[in-house]
Design a protein around this ligand. Structure first.
Ligand SMILES: [Zn+2]
Length: 541
């Protein structure tokens, strides 16, 4: 990638270069250029790197020296490259949930090198870490994820399906850019705190296994967010924006295991009791159940074990379910699915030997005041300026996907309000954090509009210069907001007041049963299968 290109000077638009034909306008013309000169001089005080972003000049001129410093520091080409390369390396590790040993270590070491105190393996999760800088209040948190998805391997920046390693995992949700954006934001904030003597504490929560929704419920249970006063979360997107209010579904991730009796499937089938029959009957029952659930629900499963040979009656079978609904309806829906499992066991003469909850998390409850503050900083940061090659890649990918050939986004998004009617959807375990600390998520533009989530097209997009610039923009918006929270107590007070009021009617209660343990081994065999092959293609420093 050509860094000089990224830093290409903004051209003065033609509108600022009028031709005056009548002599009476000469005076106006001189005044105009004087004002323009003043504007451009102030503009030049901002670093060259800030011109990477196409932000509003007017706002940039009024910002505090702390925020100006953060923008300048993150805009340096060497910082864009430094964090960009970390993101690309994590992209190449492509580690599945709870197997992110290298990704987690790289992020934790990056923070440690900058003087953060790092605690590893917290909440019983080997790849979870918390990195802390500073002391006392306020305490501001950054969330960062880094896990990949199975089966999505794809070459970076290639606009058609072309696996790097056929069948291996890939970063189909851009989490490589996200953990990195949190780290970049925290380091920039720390630099400003040091330089200007800003008081307070910042913490980076290295959060594993988001794709199996399995770290934050356990991190909250372990009390990691106890003293945190506000949380800045981030997610890769094709746009640059934020939102507030309730979104996404709550979820219970649960494994049902049935025990039967083995027998010769042809010689003496009457002597056997098939555990697989129980799984199949349970699935039939839950598929009938769907019609009588409220419309926001989602229900899906995969069969984990179903026997090993058709001529042996399977004595053990298991099925993994995601049961999703609103916070309000989740537990009742869970109970009805468990009833389907019990009925299947009864019908097949097998035993429902285990109902193992792997994880459970709430809907996302975004704080409005924090989102409004974040939105201002998104607008201040502005969209990255894309170069020709990036635009061409975006359009080629959109063409391949038969999506609208619009290229990359040029404008930041408006603050997104909650939908009037919630129709259900995916989940994030960030939801769990939103009920213990006021939280807002910045969506930053490290992906191409039209690229599909959990799909090769996202893996292709969240690598290289688009991802570098996008995550840098996200880091800026988070760091600027952290500076506001640390230096403007009235903002934090407003955010906290909204939160305290909200939790009166939404008090936090974990959906996790007490005995639940994080499913640390769920992806182990799958990761072991691909690790060596991935290491051969790994991006080194
Ligand atoms: Zn994601």
């Amino acid at each position: 990638m050509n860094l000089a290109k990224i830093l290409e000077e903004k051209k003065i638009p033609e509108i600022f270069q009028p031709r005056f034909r009548r002599p009476g306008q000469r005076f106006l013309l001189i005044n105009f250029f004087l004002i323009l000169l003043i504007l451009l001089t102030s503009w030049d005080h901002l670093s060259a790197g800030q011109k990477v972003q196409g932000e509003s000049k007017k706002q940039s001129l009024n910002i505090s020296r702390e925020k100006k410093y953060v923008l300048e520091w993150l805009s340096q080409p060497e910082q864009i490259e430094y964090f960009g390369k970390i993101s690309d390396r994590i992209w190449s590790f492509a580690e599945l949930g709870f197997q992110e040993y290298k990704s987690s270590a790289l992020l934790a070491e990056t923070l440690e090198k900058e003087g953060f105190r790092v605690e590893r393996g917290l909440a019983g999760l080997p790849t979870c870490f918390v990195a802390t800088y500073g002391e006392g209040r306020p305490v501001i948190g950054f969330l960062g994820e880094f896990d990949a998805l199975p089966g999505l391997s794809q070459k970076g920046r290639i606009p058609k399906k072309d696996p790097l390693i056929e069948g291996a995992p890939g970063h189909g949700c851009g989490h490589n850019t996200m953990g990195t954006a949190a780290v970049a934001a925290a380091i920039a904030t720390k630099k400003a705190m040091e330089r200007f003597g800003i008081k307070g504490t910042i913490k980076v929560f290295g959060s594993p296994a988001e794709e199996i929704l399995a770290s934050r419920p356990y991190m909250v249970r372990a009390g990691l967010f106890k003293d945190v006063e506000a949380v800045l979360d981030n997610h890769s997107s094709s746009d640059f924006g934020t939102s507030y209010g309730v979104s996404g579904n709550a979820v219970i991730s649960v494994l049902f295991t049935f025990k039967g009796k083995t027998a010769h499937s042809a010689g003496a089938p009457w002597a056997g009791r098939s555990a697989l029959d129980a799984v199949e009957l349970m699935n039939v029952a839950t598929n009938y159940l769907r019609e009588h659930l409220n419309p926001a629900h989602r229900l899906h499963y995969i069969i984990m074990e179903g026997g090993e040979a058709p001529n042996v009656v399977p004595d053990r079978a298991s099925v993994w379910y995601y049961i999703r609904n609103t916070d309000e309806h989740l537990e009742q829906m869970f109970e009805r699915v468990v009833n389907c499992a019990k009925a299947a066991a009864l019908a097949t003469g097998t035993e429902l030997s285990e109902v193992k909850v792997l994880s459970a998390t709430h809907q996302f409850h975004g704080n409005r005041a924090l989102a409004e503050l974040l939105q201002k900083n998104i607008e201040l940061t502005g969209m990255p300026l894309w170069d020709k090659e990036e635009e061409e890649f975006a359009r080629a990918l959109q063409k391949e996907l038969q999506a609208r050939e619009e290229g990359l986004k040029k404008e930041v998004s408006k603050l997104r309000e909650p939908r009037e009617a919630f129709i259900g959807g995916g989940s994030t375990d960030v939801g769990e954090v939103t009920l213990v600390a006021p939280t807002a998520t910045v969506r930053f533009p490290s992906n191409v509009p039209g690229a599909v989530g959990h799909h090769w097209s996202t893996v292709a997009s969240v690598y290289g210069s688009i991802a570098w610039k996008g995550l840098n923009a996200g880091a800026k918006a988070m760091a600027l907001t952290a500076i506001d929270l640390l230096t403007r107590p009235e903002e934090l007070k407003k955010i906290r007041a909204e939160f305290e009021e909200y939790i009166k009617t939404h008090p936090y209660k974990s959906f996790l049963p007490e005995e639940a343990k994080p499913p640390l081994d769920l992806n182990r065999a799958l990761m072991d299968k691909w690790r060596k092959l991935l290491e051969d293609k790994e991006i080194k420093n």
